[in-house]
Write a protein that binds this ligand. Sequence first.
Ligand SMILES: C[S@@+](CC[C@H](N)C(=O)[O-])C[C@H]1O[C@@H](n2cnc3c(N)ncnc32)[C@H](O)[C@@H]1O
Length: 216
Amino acid sequence: MNGYVGAQHRFHDADFAQGWSDRFVPSPPRVALFDLILEQAARPSIANAHVLELGLGPGYLARHLLDRQPDITYEGLDFSDAFFEIAKKTIGPHLRRVTLTKADLLDQSWPKTLSRQPRAIISTWTLHDLGSQQAVEAVYARCHETLPEGGVLVNGDFIKPQGTSWVYEPGRFEIARHLELLRKVGFSEARSLAHLEPNIENPTAAQNYACLAALR
Ligand SMILES: C[S@@+](CC[C@H](N)C(=O)[O-])C[C@H]1O[C@@H](n2cnc3c(N)ncnc32)[C@H](O)[C@@H]1O
């Protein structure tokens, strides 16, 4: 069997944003991804407690980290006011430690909008929506320029699994290519920590995501 894996989004529409958030509540494998990211984001032993998330969305990953790391400050970047409104409710009392930064990841000046330099840049289920390998590579390059030496990048995102005969939207591509792009822009120790909800034979658009980590 084969078919197409991809999704259409209306990120600036409040009803769409609410529907997406309701469908994508953290299930056990999604929480497993959050835990992997938490572990990596806590790794740098540099004196900087600021964590940046690309694509804050409804704030599920943000809440997971803020609940468990009382010492961090957090910056959630997104281009959607509709998602910011939902994230504010999800994050609740932790909001005083959070900066909401409105920027478009396709605009290469997004690093200039940040409130301060982060020690870790993290993301889940966002970069594939930029629509191409070139756009993901450009984000990886901007992250490399933004992080201090010893900082980490952890990207949990939908990928195209090896061995599939299905056609995937262009923003979903192989783990090996992600690692190649991370190395190309200058990261070291680029690796995949997990392939979650794998499904080669009969995949849905919500399956097959990887946890990709790299060191500045
Ligand atoms: C799947 S959600 C992120 C989920 C979030 N990481 C969580 O754990 O709750 C994807 C988010 O990326 C944002 N996004 C998509 N394309 C973007 C772009 N070009 N610039 C900035 N944000 C973007 C969307 O508005 C949406 O809020």
